[in-house]
Ligand binder design. Structure first.
Ligand code: ADP
Ligand code: CA
Ligand code: CA
Ligand code: CA
Ligand code: CA
Length: 416
């Protein structure tokens, strides 16, 4: 008997962030979940009819053949990934199998920080001074002025992102990032070991979640991401809606919409990070063509506005998304946040301790711990993963901030 249900391929997912599975089940979709063959076999995931291991990073063409065979057995109606390092692969698979996704070129352009800078700059968007350094020639800073940020062109999760205030620390940081490119990013950023050096935008950071429908870009949420001054940029808090006035919101929205369009994200979700300088001028740092945080952005959007972002993402994958699926305008009625448990140290991870009842607070919706006892954790700018997330919702921004301060004071991360 042929199933009437739509069948979607999901490629890589941290299974401790189950929104994509939960929403698929609620929508009556059937997922085939392609997981990294280096990870343990998952089980018991809602909405998933089959789990298939693929050697996505060690042998992409074998991984593709496996997916093709599954597709021939039972056709996929769509393909989705929330995983940054899988985007390129998924774009190629989609193109080969005739499924809807952004083109490999568009995805590649968003993955590469040099292309992002070039594209935004040539489209008249606010762009910090920057240079590309391939390591072969002597470093020429041109007209750049300190402080600067040094980054791997194809990194993610702030791995190898270093702020420097003078030339000596710059040279040291460049060496450090070259090393991270070679040793830690080479599997994912193969053949792309370059470095971007750009001016530090001094001011608060924001993140916007958007959805593109047939070239039109809709801002679903703008959230606060703190104001980290470096020298390293560990992810901290995400609180939405951002505490900003209408005019600032308008300015940020315009810049974000223009950036998403410039990057060629004509359909589907994007997660755009930006900073606003002392003059109130927004600078896009990067735009990722995906739902942020492997589903965290879905939680934030749904909790604050009621809009089911992942449902819209599935509809987009199926080619069924219409503007009328979105309320107009999208208005937040609640505050929600993600408290990213800080690494706070290094060594062999033991446990996260907290004053017992703080996590029993009514504002806490989910607690997710990713570090397991015995994990070796290196300090930033190396990236060992996130210790865990605490997802909350509140009546207002102040309550959320106050609660996160209490978490800061009460969580203890133990290492040996
Ligand atoms: P990744 O892909 O690793 O997330 P990003 O370019 O987004 O790399 O940088 C990570 C973080 O570093 C940003 O979220 C921001 O806090 C900080 N950062 C990066 N570039 C700049 C910049 N030019 N000015 C100020 N902060 C920056
Ligand atoms: Ca990134
Ligand atoms: Ca970030
Ligand atoms: Ca980023
Ligand atoms: Ca609750």
């Amino acid at each position: 008997m042929r199933s009437e249900r739509k069948h979607i391929a999901v490629v890589l997912q941290n299974v401790k962030l189950p929104f994509i599975f939960e929403e698929a089940e609620a929508l009556g979709l059937e997922l085939t979940f392609f997981y990294n063959s280096e990870d343990p076999a998952p089980g018991g995931l809602p909405g998933v009819i089959k789990c298939v291991p693929i050697p996505i990073f060690s042998d992409a063409s074998a991984a593709f053949q496996i997916m093709k065979a599954e597709h021939e057995q039972r056709r996929f109606d769509g393909i989705v990934t929330l995983s940054e390092p899988s985007l390129n692969f998924v774009a190629h698979v989609a193109q080969s199998l005739g499924l809807r996704f952004l083109s490999p070129e568009t995805v590649e352009n968003c993955r590469d920080k040099r292309s992002i800078r070039r594209t935004l700059d040539s489209n008249g968007l606010n762009t910090p001074g920057y240079i590309y350094h391939d390591g072969t020639r002597e470093l020429d800073l041109g007209s750049l002025s300190f402080p600067l940020v040094v980054k791997p062109t194809n990194g993610f999760s702030s791995q190898g992102i270093i702020r420097v205030d003078d030339r000596d620390s710059l040279l040291e940081a460049v060496k450090n990032v070259q090393d991270i490119n070679e040793r830690e990013l080479s599997r994912i950023a193969r053949d792309k070991p370059g470095i971007i050096i750009e001016e530090f935008i001094d001011g608060p950071e924001y993140v916007a979640e958007t959805l593109s429908i047939n070239g039109a870009v809709f801002v679903l949420s703008i959230g606060d991401k703190g104001d980290c001054k470096g020298p390293y940029f560990e992810e901290g808090i995400y609180i939405a809606p951002a505490r900003i006035g209408d005019q600032q919101r308008q300015r940020i929205s315009q810049e974000v919409i223009a950036a998403v369009k410039a990057m060629g994200i004509t359909d589907g979700p994007a997660h755009t990070e930006l900073r606003v300088n002392a003059d109130g001028k927004p600078y896009v740092i990067e735009t990722a063509p995906r739902v942020g945080g492997q589903g965290i952005s879905h939680y934030i959007v749904k909790e604050t506005t009621g809009v089911n972002l992942l449902k819209l993402v599935f509809l987009n994958a199926l080619g069924e998304l219409r503007e009328s699926d979105l309320p107009n305008p999208v208005v937040p009625s609640k505050t929600a946040g993600n408290y990213i448990i800080p690494v706070r140290g290094s060594g062999v991870f033991q446990k996260i301790d907290c004053e017992r009842n703080i996590l029993d607070d009514a504002s806490v919706n989910r607690v997710m711990q990713f570090f397991e006892r015995g994990k070796l954790v290196r300090p930033y700018p190396h990236f060992s993963g996130y210790p865990g997330f605490i997802l909350t919702s509140h009546d207002n921004h102040q309550q959320c901030e106050d609660f996160y301060k209490a978490l800061d004071e009460n969580l203890v991360i133990e290492y040996d």
